[in-house]
Ligand binder design. Structure first.
Ligand SMILES: [Zn+2]
Length: 176
């Protein structure tokens, strides 16, 4: 297993719509293992393949608490089948938008369908944090970021901040 670098804002790849996965094989399972390791090391509670620059519909989630055993879950080609009318607000962050947090309101529970790492179809009813994480990660597969759910004013501000940081990093080689 190996960790993979996580791409961050304003990397344009984050806006790609990821492609459906046609085959669940060993090479995909290697990527899954790398993503789980990357997510645990970060640490984060979810990671979409596009965040490690792979534009395919795959995500990993682990909402186990720090003192609990890790419990990574794999979702291949996930689809939301049903969302509750009831909504819930969580303070969200994203490994691709480091150190920025904002409250986002989403459906409080969702029913989703996906393939697991063996390629078997499964259905889950996600509630609480799991529901938020699943929706956040599935958004990534469609090029949507959690900052798209906040006000335009706040979003423009955070995008500008990351654009400046990227520019500074790019200029860095000339600073002596
Ligand atoms: Zn994210």
């Amino acid at each position: 297993m190996a960790q993979r670098p996580i791409i961050i804002l304003p990397d344009p790849k984050l806006r790609l719509v990821s492609a459906k996965i046609e085959r669940v094989d060993d090479s995909l399972r290697r990527l899954i293992d790398d993503m789980i390791e990357t997510m645990h090391e970060a640490p984060g509670v979810g990671l979409a393949a596009i965040q490690v620059a792979e534009p395919i519909r795959l995500l990993v989630v682990d909402v186990a608490k720090k003192e609990e055993e890790p419990e990574p879950q794999v979702f291949i080609n996930p689809e939301i089948l049903w969302s509750s009318e009831e909504r819930a607000t969580y303070e969200e962050g994203c490994l691709s938008i480091p150190e920025y947090y904002a409250e986002v309101e989403r459906p409080a529970s969702v029913r989703a369908r996906a393939l697991d790492r063996e390629g078997k179809l499964r259905e889950v009813l996600a509630e609480g944090l799991m529901a938020t994480v699943l929706q956040h990660e599935i958004d990534h597969l469609d090029g949507v970021l959690f900052i798209d759910h906040i006000s335009k004013l706040k979003r423009d501000r955070v995008i500008k901040k990351f654009q400046k940081a990227a520019k500074r990093a790019g200029d860095g080689s000339h600073v002596l």
